[in-house]
Design a protein around this ligand. Structure first.
Ligand code: NAP
Length: 249
């Protein structure tokens, strides 16, 4: 099959391209560095020529709903419009487990807008809600790291290995549209602060961790809120197994 990956150069995009190519598919890479800008739509029609399915794993660094909602909204509209013109038969969107349970987070507001547009479009779709990735602590602590210390919320999460996410996206993109897929999650619940500590140790990164709910993740994300639904599809790679693959610089 000919499959386009939007966000092909990102964390999950790179792994999804690799999984699809490993399985013998013809992959089209969509990202600004590959000459396609989803915000303007430039390069999209050419990129989608002959494409059967699209996997959307784009992301935005913005941290305010006044930016995330227009970003995800405009990119998704442009992508779906071009898919209809090109006759694409399946749109696969990577979303976040529990995205409808947490109102206050800016990124989540953008993801809900993406989901809304996908669900209301005529292009057949699959939405894949994933829990946080194993490298999530590195991303979160990088937002506030200063003078050897960083803040982070003491979340309870059930993280998933990025490569396991990519394998599932590749599997679903080559199958029939499923609508909202079951949550996908790693095998074990984890304490987020403890994960950050273990990851920094594995990477040889010295960092003082300051737990607080006064961050991008507030009290509405406490308790079991971030855990996957009971019928989640669990993937094999534990956080500890993934840690053994992390290199010290
Ligand atoms: N982090 C987590 O724990 C987690 C958990 C569940 C779900 N998710 C979801 O997973 C998705 C992927 O995350 P990620 O960490 O893999 O993202 P990422 O590494 O930040 O990659 C983002 C990708 O989007 C592309 N992009 C950004 N703006 C673009 C534009 N205007 N036009 C075309 N491409 C554009 C980037 O390429 P260029 O810069 O070259 O354009 C890049 O390839 C996100 O939507 C996120 O919500 C994340």
């Amino acid at each position: 099959m000919r499959i386009a990956v939007a966000g092909a150069t990102g964390n999950i995009g790179t792994l999804t391209v690799a999984a699809l190519e490993r399985d013998g598919h013809d992959v089209v890479r969509i990202s600004r560095s590959h000459g396609v800008d989803l915000l303007t739509g430039s390069g999209l029609d050419d990129a989608l020529t002959g494409v059967d399915a699209v996997v959307d794993v784009i992301s935005s660094p913005a941290a305010d709903p006044s930016e995330t909602v227009p970003f995800f909204g405009t990119c998704t509209r442009n992508l779906l419009d071009a898919e209809r013109r090109a006759g694409v038969r399946h749109h696969v969107l990577l979303s976040i487990a529990g995205v409808h349970r947490v109102e206050g987070n800016a990124h989540y507001a953008g993801k809900r807008e993406q989901e809304r547009l996908v669900i209301n479009d005529t292009v057949p779709w699959t939405i894949v809600p994933a829990t946080q990735f194993h490298d999530f602590p590195a991303m979160v602590t990088s937002w506030t790291e200063k003078n050897g210390a960083a803040t982070l919320a003491p979340l309870l999460i059930q993280p998933i290995a990025p490569a396991d996410v990519a394998d599932i996206l590749a599997e679903l993109a080559t199958g029939t549209p499923q609508g909202r897929y079951t949550d996908i999650a790693g095998p074990d619940p984890e304490d987020f602060v403890d994960m950050a500590r273990r990851l920094n140790e594995a990477r040889g990164h010295k960092l003082k961790l300051i737990p607080t709910w006064s961050t991008a993740f507030g009290l509405e994300m406490s308790g079991n809120t971030m855990l996957p639904s009971p019928n989640a599809r669990l993937t094999p790679t534990t956080f500890d197994t993934w840690l053994t693959q992390q290199k010290k610089p």
